[in-house]
Ligand binder design. Sequence first.
Ligand SMILES: C[S@@+](CC[C@H](N)C(=O)[O-])C[C@H]1O[C@@H](n2cnc3c(N)ncnc32)[C@H](O)[C@@H]1O
Length: 455
Amino acid sequence: MKRPAMTRDKPVDQVRATARDVLRAVRERAAYANILLPKLLRERGITGRDAALATELTYGAARAQGLLDAVIESAARRPVADIDGAVLDVLRLGTYQLLRTRIGSHAAVSTSVDLIRSEAGMGPSGFVNAVLRKVSQRDEDLWVDELAPSMAVDLVGNLAFRYAHPRWIAEVFVDALGGSAGQLQAALAADDERPPVHLVARPGLITAEELALVSGGDPGRWSPYCVYLPGGDPGQIDAVREGYAGVQDEGSQSVARALTQFELADDHGRWLDMCAGPGGKAALLGAIADIDGAHLDAIEVSEHRAELVRKVTRDLPVTVRVADARQTDLDPGYDRILLDAPCTGLGSLRRRPEARWRRTPDDVVTLVELQRELLDEAVRLIRPGGVIVYSTCSPHPAETTEVIGAALAANPALRQLDARSEVGVDDVGAGPSVQLWPHLHGTDAMFLAALTVDA
Ligand SMILES: C[S@@+](CC[C@H](N)C(=O)[O-])C[C@H]1O[C@@H](n2cnc3c(N)ncnc32)[C@H](O)[C@@H]1O
């Protein structure tokens, strides 16, 4: 590890300084914590238990931001908007340690004071000390009891606060769950936990059993390609480094595989992935296409993301093109089309720590329009009797069932297929579409619907 930077009197704690730097980049320049943190850990030579602690503190504080801010506002007696950004980052980090880790109060407060003093001097460090001492006087449950809306009056608001979600997202979940408060609690709680790492064993290259053996993981429950990794850095596994395996949520694997599971008459092996970047599903589809003698066209609007698709589909029967999939110059007649649409990502919030606080209800409107246009193009490109799988990593009804409903209403030749048996996951409701959930299936909250066009 690099030598810690020296301040006037104490060495700066590299682990907490790194967590602070990521929180700052997230706040100031909308960085993605799950991309920046691994990069900083590598650059700073932070490994092993130190890396695990930095990850826990960074992702935990980013995920719990709304709850932490409410506690900080109460303890500081001022809105967080009135607190200097650099001070706020340290307060969030300190409050997270006090409320949600087993780190002792003294260590949580003193390391936070050292962190701000090294950067901003005595004045701000006195403020941080005073606020965190106040925070430390209660545990998380007591703070929640004091600050959350009353359960009797506003159950959704209470649960949203308790499990650190913006209220509008809790409302979307309760809608998607058919109004069940018990399910809402379980869904929010699952979303508030550190997510497990799922690996995909690329078919034809390595089996899930072999991957489980070399990675020390366990074969997954639903996808025949999935391995659950108990811990550690997946980037250190040879099979991942060599491209035989990748990191991919089991729900995402199940969606990609479902496209290949529908029985089609006269399948000519012309497959299309309309929104392919960064390529998780394209790599799995490409590997299955290789075995089935099919070919996959992969479209992606962003050049950078298309390059990522090219990388993971090298040596597979996949052609990657940079294009806007709303209006392509492709010839119709595809047998199978995956439309894994750009979406709010509300179904994978556990994997994107800060995303829940960055997304807004306005995002939904823009995305729904894009999703509808993309689905129109999929309908143009599919051959009669072919199958379109429309998927999102969001359970938001506006992005899922309502997009499908609108397409069915506008196209009399379009028909929805029951996707339940093809997705290979149990207990997915009454169909014909499938909504997966972390609390029910252990996957991200992926949605999928299958459509065909009658001749
Ligand atoms: C949900 S992600 C797809 C994830 C991908 N299927 C995977 O499994 O790795 C949506 C992708 O659609 C791309 N996209 C957005 N608008 C698009 C458009 N008009 N045409 C093609 N791709 C688009 C985004 O850049 C993004 O990479």
